[in-house]
Ligand binder design. Sequence first.
Ligand code: ATP
Ligand code: MG
Length: 271
Amino acid sequence: MLVVEGLTCCFGSKAAVDDASFAVKPGSFVGVIGRSGAGKSTLLRMINRLAEPTAGRIMFEGQDVTALRGRELRQWRARSAMIFQQFNLVGRLDVLTNVLMGRLAEMPPWRSLVQAWPERDRALAMSALEQFDMGGVAAQRADSLSGGQQQRVAIARALVQEPDIILADEPIASLDPRNTRIVMDALLRINKHFGITVLCNLHSLDLARSYCDRLIGMSNGRIVFDGAPAALTESIARELYDLEANEVMGAASAPQPAGPMLPALGRAAAA
Ligand SMILES: Nc1ncnc2c1ncn2[C@@H]1O[C@H](COP(=O)(O)OP(=O)(O)OP(=O)(O)O)[C@@H](O)[C@H]1O
Ligand SMILES: [Mg+2]
């Protein structure tokens, strides 16, 4: 269980995240929603300890994550894998090596220097790529792939970290609608098939409603909604996005396209 208590992050006099408290059960798929500047990225970055909290605590399975230093902090970062909008792959390296980077925390430094990856890790990385239909491009340079393919490689890299939780910060923000669906389905697969908790920042309310089993809505650094997607009313959506209600809710009931990667699980599992 991830527990966040009174978490606050100030930049100067401005609180980017202001007294956030919530608990996330293992295996949940939680969407963090809200308009630009609401504090979504800062919240995820604090959980991964990329941003330092000004106040409050993060606990994971009883351990105080906020107090971790050195090796223990590195281990926590491996257990809480981040996925970014811009994929963060090493373009000149091949896809398989990029995925193997997810094993670095497990390797003694000499092995990572000479890139002597154990056979088990290579098999794990290959199998992770195959999970997302990417086995065929394992030997290609990462920068030769499309955005959607690169994000799937980043997700495979996160998976081989064997994380307890995946923190995805707008993972589909630079993708077209088709790749958006493929990448969201890959995250859904990680969640449903491997049981890994996913905390995912999303701009789009429609996407959040179709994939997440719980939504945390942020506005000006504060949590203003925490509940099931069905409980998100028009007035809360309006507060979250500062828009006319019909602009926010209008497309929410649009037909959902079928997900090609998850025929067995389907969208119903997440809806
Ligand atoms: N390193 C920083 N230094 C100063 N201010 C920052 C820093 N990081 C974030 N902020 C400010 O904190 C607030 C929250 O930013 P954050 O990036 O968390 O929002 P967000 O919800 O992720 O927005 P977006 O949807 O645009 O990604 C914003 O006002 C932002 O300008
Ligand atoms: Mg952000």
